[in-house]
Design a protein around this ligand. Sequence first.
Ligand SMILES: Nc1ncnc2c1ncn2[C@@H]1O[C@H](COP(=O)(O)OP(=O)(O)OP(=O)(O)O)[C@@H](O)[C@H]1O
Ligand SMILES: O=P(O)(O)OC[C@H]1O[C@H](OP(=O)(O)OP(=O)(O)O)[C@H](O)[C@@H]1O
Ligand SMILES: O=C(O)c1cccnc1
Length: 492
Amino acid sequence: MEYLYPDDSLILHTDAYELTMMQTYWKQGIGDRKAVFEAFFRKMPFKNGYAVFAGLSRIIEYLKNLRFTATDIEYLRSTGMFDPAFLDYLADFKFQGTLRSVVEGELVFNHEPILQVEGNLLETSLVETALLNVINFQIMIATKASRVKSVVGDQLLMEFGTRRAQEFDAALWGTRAAYIGGFDATSNVRAGKLFGIPISGTHAHALVQTYRDEYTAFKAYAQTHHDCVFLVDTFDTLKSGVPTAIRVAKEFGDRINFQGVRIDSGDMAYLSKQVRKMLDEAGFPEAKIFASNDLDEKTIQNLKMQGAKIDAWGVGTKLITSYDQPTLGAVYKLVSVENDQGEMVDTMKLSNNVTKVSTPGKHQVWRITDRADGKSEGDYVTLADEDPRQLDSLYMFDPQFTFLHKTVKDFVARPLLQDIFVDGELVYDEPSLDEIKHSHQERLNRLWDEYKRDLNPEVYPVDLSQKCYDNKMALIAQIHDYVQALGEEQDD
Ligand SMILES: Nc1ncnc2c1ncn2[C@@H]1O[C@H](COP(=O)(O)OP(=O)(O)OP(=O)(O)O)[C@@H](O)[C@H]1O
Ligand SMILES: O=P(O)(O)OC[C@H]1O[C@H](OP(=O)(O)OP(=O)(O)O)[C@H](O)[C@@H]1O
Ligand SMILES: O=C(O)c1cccnc1
């Protein structure tokens, strides 16, 4: 297949309505007006007690290169939807806005801003689709990975999902997100090259089928590799696979590093116990049992409950496709916009559905922790000009059930939204992937166990400052008055 144009750029990775709205703003002469958008999600993924932020690295790469190419403009012209003068403007477009974001590996919760884009109406509109596209996927995978990691503990956890992923990008960036969430290695070699994620793996059934019998196949592998994990379930795990793996391991002795065997079908609790006995009796107590086959955190936990003797886990489909929840549902909402008089006015989307009401104003999110033990007290969403670090005590209340409140003293408040781009300039020094991964585990250590259990976790508090809450209530009242007045006008 040949593409219609010889080159491709991500700037057209946007919904057509972003461009048509941009044309409206531009032609109406308000394109230069300032706007602030914030992204957040409404429901915790997998009903987990926390979510793991991922996707910033890709967003940085996207924003750095955000230019319309000659063929982008040519294509837009061919649609007949855009004014030639507007297209001339686009030809010189460059993202000159400010991006604030939570950093990768950080824990995030529903109803708090995790990305904030400040700039003119045009650039802040254009990037919505791509930004949401990235975080809606990567946060899901990083969170799922973190859940799997929480049941696997210190055992080896390998990502095997590429073949089942929703195409190339999802496999590659999903692997990276999984690594952030706690996976140790991947089978995806490209992810190894691009991100430095350790690659690892065993071999497929095809190897055994090619040589037609396990003995010849395992021997062939042992002759060509030092580290060997033999896949033992092609014919019969206990009767042929494991005895043959042991035979080859004995024959090759120190010439190979017999790491163990992989089981990929059957009752893995029963089989792993039998396999463990056989390996131990054969003098291979160090050999590990690898398992794969539609695993996820629930099956792994269940296998552990059954006393399965599995030492290393390969997880593919259910991780990389975010099998039990297809999207995070993150949204991108306008929270403040410049009016005719050049003033910034807060704005919100009011909905009949209470959970869909957004919080107006430009915000900061503060992670409040106890100064003594570093443990989480909750998150505190303020207007951007507030700084709770100046306070001796913090009154925190639930914005929905305001009678639920507490006063926190001796706390540390850490701002979560950090400057990434300021006026188009990248000001953020990205940590290495291993630092990000490590920071995720550190952050989890500060979270109380009650929020970390995988079933019915406690709801982590995300509270609004009084000023932020009052601002929201005032705007709701203002919108109600406006709607009522309009209704009365129509009745007259
Ligand atoms: N002891 C166990 N307890 C709970 N779940 C298990 C156990 N053993 C395997 N499973 C899981 O059960 C699911 C189905 O396993 P099953 O044995 O039916 O598949 P299979 O043997 O791979 O069959 P197929 O040959 O069709 O692939 C998999 O997700 C697997 O991880
Ligand atoms: O089950 P998942 O969590 O998705 O893990 C990846 C799966 O991919 C492989 O199977 P496949 O049948 O594709 O190839 P194989 O011949 O190597 O088993 C592997 O054996 C796993 O079962
Ligand atoms: O290396 C493996 O064992 C592997 C790799 C990808 C998918 N399934 C298994």
